[in-house]
Design a protein around this ligand. Structure first.
Ligand SMILES: [Mg+2]
Length: 347
């Protein structure tokens, strides 16, 4: 197929298109003459790159952004379909057009399947059709590109949103944790409150039964606390409560013994995994620590304590368990206060 210069000029005028050098077309053909014809036809409208074989063409697309590849099928070494198939790796979004003769029609199906070919053009081609096909292909590229950009933007805003949601969720979780902490903590002493006790005692008894462990309870209150309040005022009374709580917290097993303020001046310790004898030793140690503590109010403060071990064999209720400790604590009071009373031992 040959073109006179005059004819080419005529065609270019007829197909006059706005200059579109923003698009790059790679022409691949083993015949320099064919490349020349296509180049003359397209160079005023597009940025043109040229290669005479598939190998050179692969190099070019690795080094340049190519929007459209126009490749001949019949080339020595590497066929058009083979080249276009490999080009997907380096230019996945480029539009691919293959130029093929009638005798190669079988490769067309192969090309569409393997090489993701947008259109095939049978030689000899009609120039008008070719130019129109290229124009449409580049419009498709633009559409595809704006879709990709849109998807990327969406993905970006999605991941931004996800990050924000994650950060907000963490904040909320932290707030919930703090609120929960407040709801189960006695604000004055920092010990757990009665609500927490009700929750924990059930759980600890269940564990004690399931794993055949021991569970002890130390119940105590501050002796003559009413007098402290009456004589020194509630502010000093509060300080005494805080100091007693602090002495206790510093002398029980961290993360094992659980410490509660269950009433005005009444406190309770749940001690998992120790029997009543060991719990009595712990109680006695605590009693002495409080008795020997120098309180800010400069008064001697003491505590009376009742100690019991949960009786698995009796399948005690929480109330029965507590009631036995309460009874022993009152015995301690009646016996002169500042002492520990338990079933088996008295200190
Ligand atoms: Mg050829």
């Amino acid at each position: 197929m040959t073109f006179s210069k005059k004819k080419l000029l005529h065609i270019q005028q007829k197909e006059k298109q706005p200059k579109d050098i923003s698009h790059t077309i790679l022409i691949v053909d083993d015949e320099p003459l064919n490349i020349g014809v296509l180049d003359s036809l397209l160079k005023d409208c597009y940025h043109i790159l040229k290669a005479v074989n598939g190998y050179d063409a692969l190099q070019i697309i690795q080094q340049n952004t190519v929007h459209l590849i126009l490749s001949d099928q019949q080339m020595p070494g590497m066929s058009g379909v083979d080249f276009l198939e490999q080009s997907i790796l380096y230019a996945p979004y480029a539009m691919r057009i293959i130029l093929t003769g009638y005798s190669d029609i079988d490769v067309v199906v192969d090309a569409i399947n393997r090489a993701n070919v947008y259109k095939f053009i049978i030689k000899p081609y009609d120039t008008h059709d070719l130019l129109l096909t290229i124009k449409r292909a580049l419009e498709s590229w633009e559409l595809q590109n704006s879709n990709i950009q849109l998807i990327e933007k969406l993905q970006q805003s999605n991941s931004l949103l996800e990050k924000k949601v994650k950060a907000r969720t963490l904040e909320l979780e932290e707030t919930i944790k703090q609120l929960r902490e407040v709801s189960i903590t006695d604000q004055l002493t920092g010990a757990y409150n009665r609500r927490k006790y009700n929750e924990v005692v059930e759980k600890e008894i269940a564990l004690c039964k399931r794993y055949k462990q021991t569970l002890s309870m130390i119940l105590f209150d501050i002796d003559f606390f009413k007098k402290v309040n009456d004589n020194l005022g509630h502010h000093e009374g509060d300080k005494v409560l805080q100091e007693v709580a602090s002495v206790i917290k510093n002398n029980i097993r961290r993360h094992i013994d659980i410490f509660f303020r269950i009433g005005g001046e009444e406190f309770l310790i749940l001690s998992p995994n120790i029997d009543v004898k060991q719990a009595c030793h712990l109680a006695e140690k605590l009693r002495l620590k409080v008795a020997n503590h120098s309180f800010q109010c400069q008064q001697s403060i003491s505590i009376s304590m009742g100690v019991v071990e949960y009786l698995v064999e009796r399948n005690e209720s929480t109330e029965q368990f507590f009631y036995r400790a309460d009874k022993l604590m009152y015995i301690a009071k009646n016996m002169g206060r500042n002492r520990v009373i338990c079933n088996e031992y008295e200190f």
